[in-house]
Every structure is written in C-alpha cells, then in structure tokens.
Design a protein around this ligand. Structure first.
Ligand code: ZN
Length: 684
C-alpha cells in the first residue's frame, strides 16, 4: 500500500514537465536524440526508458542485474492470472491470432482488434489497469469468431480435443457480455465487494465468509502478525472456506520455480553477504509459501540499505484485493543514482525533526523514526504488476510492525520520471488549466523540483510516519485503507513543502517551490485528474480518491475565508489559491485527523471522509474538463517497454559483459514475452 503509480501522477507530470527537466537527474549520454515514445493508442502512451551510466557499472553489478531481471520477467503469467481467472486464455488467443491469422490485416476491423490487443497487454488482462472496468472490444463477436477461425489451431490455447468453436463459445461471453465480470475490483460498498469483483483472489465465497475466515486466524494481540492471506487464493472445498497458497509445487508453482532459478543465480553474485542471505530467505519463502519466512526476509531486506544494486520481488501490493490483503506479483530491478540520492539523504537525516514537528497528536507520532532509507535509483527492469505501468516511487515493506521495527526502504525511480518529463514537454496542459501567467511561470520554474520533493517526502517520511494506538487492527479501515494511507503520505509532504525548514536545509531556494506544489496539487485534485474518468463514473482508484478527498476537503473548510477560489472565465473553470499559509494550516489539520483515523482504526470516520470528498464528481465540471482535455489530444496513462539485456560470453560460456538494447516495438515486446516467459497453464 505504499506505492505511487506513474499513472496517478501523470496529470501532474504534464504540467510539471513543460519546464526544464529535473535538475538532480543527469542527462544520459545521447538522450537528446533518444526517442522516448514508442506507441500511442486509446488513453495510453508507451515510452522506453534509458539506463544511465549502465556501462560504468562493474561486471559483477551488471551480472547481478541481469539475473534479477530474468527473475523479474518470469512471474508475468502470475500477474495475468491473478487479475482475472481467464486472462491467460484470452492472452494466448490474442497471441495466436496475432501470429497466425491469415485474413485481411488492413481492414478497419483488424485495426480495432490490434487496439484491443494493445490495451489488454497494457492492463495485464481484460480490465483497465486503472479504472478496473472491463474493456469492451471495438469489433463484433462475429468478427472475433472469424479471427479465431482464420488462425492456426496449433497457435491457440485449445483444450485437449477442443475445437475452435469450443474456444469461441467459451470466450464470447467473457469478452463481449458487458455485465459479466464487469469490474476487476469493485470498491463500492453497496454490493458484496468479493463476489462482484472479477479479480482472481477469491472464488465461490462471499465477503462475510472471507472476513469470518480471517477473523478466526491468528491472535489479535500478536505484535508481529504475518500478512494473513497475502499469497493465497480463497476458495470453498467441501463446503469449507480454505486457502490455496502460491509456492513451488502449489498454485503458480511452474512460474515460481523459474523465478527461484534466477534468484539463486543472483544470490551467488549478490553485492553483499546480507543481500545474499536475504535472497536465500526469499527463495525459501517461494519454495514453502511460509509467511513467517517472508517476514524474516523483509526484515533483512529492509535493513540492507547500502548495496548499489537492489530489487523488489514478490507478492507485494494489495490494491487489487477489495479487502486489501492479497498481493499481486511484481518485480523491479534497480541501481543507485548517486548524485540524486544526496537530496533524499538530507530529508532522511532530518526525519525525526519532521516527525516531532508534525501537526499530528503527539500520542500518534513515532518517538523514534527508524531507518528510513531513501534513495534515487534507475530502473533496469520492470516486471509483473509494475510492467508496463510503472510506479514513480516505492516504499516497502508494507507490514506495519516491520516498518516500525526494521524501518523501510524508499526509492524514487529517476530514469522513469525522466522519461515522462522529457516526453511530456510542451503538452499545453499548463497553459490550458493554470489560472494566470504567474502560476504558469512559477510552475515552469519550480514545479519539477516541487514534484520531486513531494515524492521524496511522501515516500521517505509520509508513509513511514505515525503509529497505531495499542490494539488497533492494522486492517480496520478495510476498503478505505489504501486511499487514507495515500492521503496521509500526501498531506505529510504538502505540509512540509511550505515549511521554512526545507529552505534552511537548502532543499529549495524559496517558498515559491511549495506554492508551485500547492497550485499543482489543488489544480489536479479539484479539476484535472478527473479527465481520466469516463462520464458518469465515480472515482475508484486509491491515489485519485486520496487527492480528490484532500482537495475537496480543504476547499470546503477554507470557503469562509476564501482560501481557494473557483473562478469562471470564458465558461472555463480555474482554481486560484488566495492564501497559501491558511491552506497549509488546513493540510495540517487534515493530516492530524487522518492520522487519528488510522491510529484508532476509526472505520466510520475514514469511510465518511473518502465517500463525502473523494468519490463523486460534479457532472458539469466533469464534462468541461473532458472537453478541454480532449482538445489537447494527450494520453492520460503512461507505461513502458523494457530494455533488452543480453549476456556477452567468452568461448567458455563465462559472462564478460551485459549488452543493453532499447526496444521500440511495444507489441513486439509483448509477443516476445508471451513466448519466452509463458510458464503457466491457461487455467490455474
Ligand atoms: Zn504512497
């Protein structure tokens, strides 16, 4: 629950990036003629990212990165199957058609099929990666049947003795019935959030059965509880609710074995003994599925902050579970950006000061903020849940007691942010939505630094701050937990971005940086972020709910004093901040209240806050935003193709170097991965 998605900040990025790119990020050699954008379809653009200074890494570091990268790619099928039970069946059918279809490939209908294939690949399944809605194909079910019939049997995922007609019959309702499996994750409390969500974490069980089952496990007074249900699917067997765990020999075993194979190779060239030991525990966890081992691993992993190459690998984020317990598989391989890490080191060194001076009730502050390691890194490979839509910053591990005891690691993904920055310059977003020239100038000058600092504070300190009251269930906020947690981290950042302290620490030249971030945050939260939502829909995604809730709450609470003004000009709506200091105070008040809600596990108050301020959209404003945005012709979501890493060997098969190639063919990479990293049966 500690991850900030690229897509969530893209609107910010468009605004930010009209100026120069982030000063702390070094330009990679030759990046001026590096063509970042490789594809553009529907609401998505796909970029490639560079690996700065990769060639100056040592051979051992490169080799380590290579093995971890293979492990990162081997879990792809898991992520697909977790998202929805029939995703692999759909994907393999699409792959079969793409590779062997004999009919007309220049027709308009075939083009709509290609677009469908691209959005499904991007989402790792048939539900939109962000809105969670099922994609409705732009072609007919009859055309789909003709595509299958025009492709080779051997390329299609036909079951033993099955004919193409059988496959078509199976897939037609899955793809075309818009009531069936309509939502991957249903966050609306008006229905049973388990039975109405298509995500493959539960089957044949109701929300009540699941919550009763987990309530019966564990000891509520255990100060070091395992992350119950993190790596299992819940089903009913013989009328009894039970879990099927993911591990070697169990569910997803064939893919897990491949991950283990590469992790073991990585372990042998690890950067340090501590890192090798942690990898050993991770391997053991994958073999057994034992959550105690997972915790032991995380304690070691969180404590290992010195190594120049690091990784994330496992069942980690729980956004796709309506109950926030079960995690999607993901991996990121990363190496340190040494220059930019100096900035986060200043923030980390002052973590205790920020904690002690926060507006939060002292009872809910941490007496001792331990081991918040923050670094700026470059990504070498994205996998599973982080591919192709990548986060911009990550703070792990997620278990509260481990974070309190062993600390947490926080990273900002420099080369990913840099790719977005450069690809987004001159989008026109700022000119369209900013209130006046002063705001535009301030954004051009400072928004890039402001946004980087917001991410640093959010990740390094925001998520790591605060503590629970004794006896509070960490899952008490249930389906509102993710949005409230993100809001807490955002508010921590916002509060300090206008503090004199960060000027005195030399992090910013003046308070103009904080003002630029306030402009940007409120503009995004009240206005522009809704361009990513279809007319008539509510806000569902946790980060978006967080931003909407904060912006609407401070707008309403500051109304009497006209802190934020909604201005109409030429039938266009703008926001104008009249008093930045008062706005900062409101951020502080809300931070204190959300920390109280989390610390006390006040579900009703958390629910009211999110439902009243973070979910609904004014339809007239929504139409206006969509209309203005559509004229800019921008893609609201961004994702990435990975570089291709290839070992160079001598005559004896010893690795002498790792070669980097940049892929510019999005569909090609998807097809390549489909061949190379397909380890699971279509139904698991
Ligand atoms: Zn976050």
């Amino acid at each position: 629950m500690k991850k900030c998605l690229t897509i969530a900040t893209v609107t910010i990025m468009y605004i930010v990036m009209t100026g120069s790119c982030r000063s702390s990020i070094k330009e990679a050699p030759g990046s001026s003629d590096f063509n970042y954008q490789v594809d553009r379809f529907e609401d998505i653009r796909v970029l490639k990212y560079q690996l700065p200074d990769f060639n100056s890494l040592s051979l051992k570091e490169k080799e380590f990165i290579y093995y971890l990268s293979e492990a990162a790619l081997c879990g792809r099928d898991i992520q697909w199957d977790q998202n929805f039970k029939y995703n692999l069946l759909v994907r393999k059918t699409i792959e079969g058609i793409l590779s062997t279809y004999k009919g007309d490939k220049n027709s308009e209908e075939y083009k709509t099929f290609i677009t469908y294939a691209k959005v499904v690949f991007f989402a790792n399944g048939i539900h939109h990666h962000y809105s969670n809605d099922k994609f409705i194909p732009g072609f007919s079910s009859e055309y789909f049947a003709s595509l299958v019939n025009g492709s080779d049997d051997s390329s299609l995922p036909l079951a033993e003795g099955e004919k193409k007609s059988g496959l078509i019959e199976k897939l037609t309702p899955i793809l075309f019935d818009n009531k069936l499996y309509a939502k991957k994750v249903n966050g609306s409390d008006s229905e049973d959030i388990i039975t109405s969500s298509a995500v493959n974490f539960y089957e044949g069980v109701t929300k009540k059965e699941v919550t009763d089952y987990y309530a019966s496990l564990g000891d509520p007074s255990d100060p070091t509880p395992v992350s119950w249900g993190l790596n299992t699917k819940v089903v009913k067997q013989g009328g009894k609710v039970t879990e099927i765990p993911y591990h070697s020999g169990g569910m997803y075993g064939p893919a897990i074995d491949k991950i283990v194979y590469w992790l073991d190779k990585a372990r042998q060239v690890a950067m340090s003994e501590a890192q090798a030991k942690a990898l050993g525990l991770l391997i053991e966890y994958y073999k057994t599925g034992n959550l105690k081992t997972w915790d032991e691993y995380n304690v070691l992993w969180a404590g290992d902050t010195e190594d120049p190459v690091d990784y994330i690998n496992g069942f980690i984020e729980t956004y796709n579970d309506p109950l926030g317990m079960k995690a999607n598989w993901e991996s990121i391989v990363e190496y340190r950006d040494i220059e930019a890490t100096k900035r986060t080191a200043i923030i980390t060194a002052n973590a205790q000061w920020f904690e002690d001076n926060s507006p939060v009730n002292p009872a809910y502050r941490k007496e001792k903020v331990t081991g918040i390691a923050a670094s700026v890194i470059n990504v070498a490979m994205l996998g599973g849940d982080s591919y192709p839509a990548s986060p911009l910053g990550v703070n792990l591990p997620n278990a509260d007691w481990i974070r309190e005891k062993a600390g947490s690691k926080s990273v900002s993904l420099a080369n990913i942010t840099n790719a977005i920055d450069i690809a987004s310059q001159g989008s026109g977003m700022l000119e369209e939505f900013a209130y006046d020239q002063q705001e535009i100038d301030r954004a051009k000058k400072y928004a890039s630094l402001a946004s980087a600092l917001h991410t640093d504070f959010h990740e390094c300190i925001g998520h790591a701050s605060g503590k629970l009251a004794k006896g509070t269930d960490p899952n008490a906020l249930q389906n509102y937990g993710s949005a409230l947690e993100e809001a807490r981290a955002d508010l921590f950042a916002l509060y300090y971005l206008l503090d004199k302290k960060i000027v005195s620490l030399g992090l910013v030249p003046s308070e103009e940086v904080g003002k630029a971030e306030y402009d940007n945050f409120i503009r995004n939260g009240l206005l522009t972020q809704i361009v990513r939502i279809k007319p008539g829909k509510n806000i569902e995604q946790a980060h978006m709910r967080d931003r909407a809730a904060i912006a609407h709450w401070v707008y309403e609470k500051g109304k009497d004093e006209n802190v934020i003004e909604l201005v109409k000009r030429d039938n266009k709506t703008f926001i104008k901040i009249n008093d930045y200091q008062k706005l900062r105070k409101l951020f502080g008040t809300l931070l204190s209240e959300i920390q109280r809600i989390k610390s006390e596990g006040d579900y009703e108050a958390g629910k009211a806050l999110i439902e009243n301020y973070g979910v609904k959209i004014d339809p007239a404003l929504h139409n206006e935003m969509l209309e203005r945005y559509s004229r800019l012709n921008l893609a609201p979501y961004t994702g990435f193709v990975n570089p291709v890493l290839t070992p160079v060997t001598d005559g004896n098969g010893t690795i002498t170097d790792i070669k980097v190639d940049y892929c510019s063919d999005y569909l090609g990479q998807m097809m390549e991965y489909g061949k190379k990293y397909a380890f699971l049966p279509v139904i698991n």
